[in-house]
Design a protein around this ligand. Structure first.
Ligand SMILES: Cc1ncc(C[n+]2csc(CCOP(=O)(O)OP(=O)(O)O)c2C)c(N)n1
Ligand SMILES: [Mg+2]
Length: 794
């Protein structure tokens, strides 16, 4: 068998296995509960040829692929044939513990490079992965590994996602290399058939961003037919055929093709012979032989693109549902083959009942196929997944404390000091920001470590000796990647750089900054970054209403809840800079952990596993406490909270605060203490971690570990029964409202619930009732009849 014959056999096998996988999941395994999940048989089949050409021939082990989410069945089938996926997993496709419906780095076992599912993100991630590869090369890191291609298999309707265009523009700015996007141009989306002539838009877009564009429209069968007498007429007919009609005729098959072609061009001389020479089946094969289903064309195109490093967009014409009875039908996205149709396909594929999963069932030349599979270049390296050693983090991060300062200021100083201290740790840090580098206080770091670019770019202002606080020299040595404003790109960048250890085998410690409210702009990309276990520190500032007069429109309310709810992200909101230094020290270590250990018995947090870090910071300057940050306090800060003022044995009231409202909480506590001597003040640095530990400990006790206790349970354990709690945050009050449930204390939760009011911080805190007077008012409402004596003071 020659290579093309072998690949053709493998393509049929991939198509069969993918179809059977979905059929098994829907009709056989789940027959008892009647649950039918979307088909994806059509979406998979559309890419079966392209993925066969890639995985079994064109890919090299160093290449990385973002697979179109709905082609997941193909992916698992291919990995199964390559010996990297188990039968058990694909038999349980989409079931608990089985292969995932969309390829997942963290949930699948078969060598997924990028998790996809939310369309648009996988494609864009390849651009930033490519940038990460260039960044490492520029630093001489990982130079012993060959450069890989970062490849995305992209649906044509997926191209509607705006984040794709943001990423293309960013890629262009950074001189993108080694990136291939293969657009699965099946001219169908989920609902319908796409607009005519979309490929021309795609071509123009990619060319304008500096990409090569390769259009794979006609396969080799079609090209041969075009060379026959009458071939020109056929070609013209195909090129002018509307997408809807092509799809409909594909669905109807050979006889319909014949009728339509003869009706339309049958009177045009030799072309009728060209048509008549072919049987219905041959005619259907010819008309379905689009570039994306033609192995020789695909291999040639991929090989040609391997010879240079320019980014390439392949627009590959395909048929959604290729080779399946639902091919081309506009409703086929969630369509499933009926059991009868699967039986028809089984017969066509020569698969005997009970042998559906056997790799070589129904294929001739098993020995050739086996040999071929053993020598597939993609599998040449046994383990494609990489890992990197942990970069040691200094025992303490230095920061000069002023009497009054903000956490954003502290962040800038800590970063600048890391830059100055130097060493391996500082060298592995890479920062990035979507055009808010200066306004989030990264300027000091950038001045010390400079901006990254593959070529040297001088800062003209500096060269012209024009005084400026910031130096924007760029060079391959630079450690700051400056991005355009698109926040989606920030999170994609953190995702790609935050997977450097796992993808390129080199540790990077990415730190990204943005304005807190704009987390919401990039939230899906943040979610996917965490989902694929990328590791980074996110510093979001300013936050809450603390930007005050400047920014009614820049306020963030929901972000503390996002921080709590986002899996894989430990969120912190320190009030003071010494707390921030302790948290960042922990954070740089935490983002490098990948243990699978038991939860920490003192907090019930999964700290050995690690994750990413979110710091919600503020521009509000507040008076700093004069204290030593000893180990005990630092541990409490990292665990999520500590007593700023320990409650007495008869405490009737405890005030709990998180973040920049510390001065208000402290003032209210002081005033209330006149009458309520046992009052306590709890400083919360991470509602997220307190809550996570608490629910983990609850679960542990419920399943028979009676001694499991979390940090917050311990901290609040001394409160007498009758004690009541007022919580306060410059953010949504629900962030801390749960705290009363820990031991059953009545709680009033204060915070911000409305967006966009401008004013000074004092105006706004008063307006939302989170100033000292507001806290006291709420405390008094809990104890009617005992007004605080000094209320008039505030
Ligand atoms: C962000 C996001 N929005 C919506 C969806 C739901 N969805 C899944 S596939 C799809 C259409 C995809 O069409 P296309 O990219 O052309 O792929 P094809 O199905 O043709 O293979 C949609 C809307 C999704 N997965 N992600
Ligand atoms: Mg499509």
């Amino acid at each position: 068998m020659d290579k093309i014959e072998i690949l053709a056999a493998l393509e049929r096998k991939v198509r069969w296995l993918a179809t059977w996988m979905v059929h098994n999941a829907n009709h056989l395994r789940r027959s008892d509960d009647g649950l039918k999940v979307g088909g994806h048989q059509a979406s998979s089949a559309s890419l079966s040829t392209i993925m066969t050409a890639l995985y079994f021939a064109a890919l090299r082990p160093e290449d990385r692929v973002a697979v179109k989410p709905h082609a997941s069945p193909n992916f698992h089938a291919i990995q199964y044939l390559l010996g990297a996926q188990s039968l058990d997993k694909i038999e349980n496709f989409r079931a608990f513990g089985g292969a995932q419906s969309y390829p997942s780095r963290t949930k699948d076992v078969d060598d997924v490079d990028f998790s996809t599912g939310s369309v648009g993100l996988g494609a864009a991630q390849t651009i930033f992965a490519s940038l990460a590869q260039d960044y490492l090369r520029a630093k001489g890191l990982g130079a012993d590994r060959p450069e890989g291609k970062m490849i995305a298999l992209v649906g044509d309707a997926e191209m509607d996602e705006g984040n794709i265009f943001e990423a293309l523009l960013e890629g262009w700015k950074h001189g993108l290399r080694n990136t291939w996007w293969v657009i699965d141009y099946n001219r169908q989306s989920l609902d319908a058939v796409v607009r005519e002539g979309l490929w021309e838009r795609f071509e123009a877009i990619f060319r304008s961003f500096g990409w090569d564009v390769v259009i794979l429209k006609h396969g080799s069968l079609q090209q041969a037919a075009f060379a026959e007498p009458g071939g020109d007429a056929l070609r013209t007919w195909i090129d002018n055929c509307p997408n809807q009609l092509y799809s409909a005729l594909t669905f109807q098959g050979g006889a319909a093709w014949r009728k339509r072609l003869l009706d339309d061009i049958g009177d045009q001389g030799p072309v009728s012979k060209l048509i008549e020479l072919r049987s219905d089946a041959e005619l259907a094969e010819l008309m379905g032989n689009l570039g994306g289903h033609d192995l020789p064309s695909l291999l040639e195109a991929f090989e040609a693109a391997r010879s240079h490093d320019r980014p390439v967009c392949f627009i590959a014409y395909t048929i959604k549902g290729f080779g399946l009875p639902l091919a081309g039908h506009k409703d086929n996205h969630a369509g499933l083959l009926t059991p009868a149709q699967v039986e028809g396909m089984r017969a066509q594929m020569g698969v005997r009942p009970g042998r559906e999963w056997e790799p070589f069932e129904g294929l001739a030349g098993e020995a050739d196929l086996r040999r071929f599979l053993e020598n597939v270049p993609f599998r040449a390296r046994a383990k494609r997944a990489a890992s990197a050693t942990v970069t040691a983090v200094p025992a303490k991060l230095d920061v000069e404390l002023a009497r009054e300062m903000s956490t954003q200021q502290g962040f800038g100083l800590i970063m600048r000091n890391i830059a100055k201290t130097g060493g391996e740790f500082a060298d592995r840090v890479v920062t990035t920001s979507p055009d808010v580098t200066v306004s989030t206080n990264l300027g000091g770091w950038v001045n010390a470590r400079s901006v990254f670019a593959r070529q040297n770019l001088a800062d003209t202002f500096k060269a012209e000796r024009i005084p400026s606080t910031f130096v924007w020299d760029a060079s391959p040595k630079g450690q700051h990647v400056e991005l355009g404003i698109a926040e989606m790109n920030l999170f994609l960048m953190l995702s790609a750089f935050g997977l450097s250890h796992a993808i390129f085998g080199e540790r990077l410690l990415p730190v990204g900054t943005l304005y807190d409210p704009f987390i919401e702009r990039g939230l899906d990309a943040l979610n996917y970054a965490c989902y694929q276990d990328a590791r980074f520190i996110l510093a979001a500032t300013p936050s809450g209403v603390t930007l005050a007069p400047e920014g009614g429109a820049h306020q963030s309310i929901a972000t503390p809840l996002i921080g709590m709810a986002q899996d894989g992200l430990a969120s912190f909101e320190p009030a003071f800079v010494d707390e921030l230094a302790a948290i960042m020290r922990f954070g740089f270590d935490y983002i490098q952990r990948d243990g699978r250990a038991e939860p920490d018995p003192s907090t019930w947090l999964r700290d050995a596993v690690g994750g990413s870090i979110y710091l919600r910071l503020s521009t509000r300057g507040i008076e700093q406490p004069q204290r030593a940050m000893d180990e005990g306090l630092a541990a409490d800060v990292v665990n999520g909270g500590y007593w700023m003022r320990r409650p007495g044995p008869n405490a009737q009231l405890v005030i709990v605060y998180q973040g920049a409202v510390a001065p208000e909480a402290i003032a209210a506590t002081g005033l209330l203490a006149e009458d309520r001597r046992d009052i306590g003040l709890l400083a919360v640095t991470s509602a997220d971690r307190l809550h996570a530990g608490w629910s983990a400990a609850l679960r542990a006790r419920e399943i028979g570990r009676p001694n499991a206790t979390s940090h917050v349970e311990r901290v609040l354990s001394e409160l007498p029964r009758h004690c009541q709690i007022v919580t306060v945050i410059d953010g949504h009050p629900a962030t801390l409202a749960w705290i009363g449930s820990v031991h059953g204390h009545r709680t009033r939760a204060l915070g911000v619930e409305h967006f966009g009011q401008t004013g000074t911080i004092a105006d706004l805190y008063r307006h939302f009732g989170i100033d000292a007077a507001g806290i006291i008012r709420s405390a008094e409402a809990l104890f009617p009849g005992r007004p605080a004596r000094h209320l008039s003071v505030v």
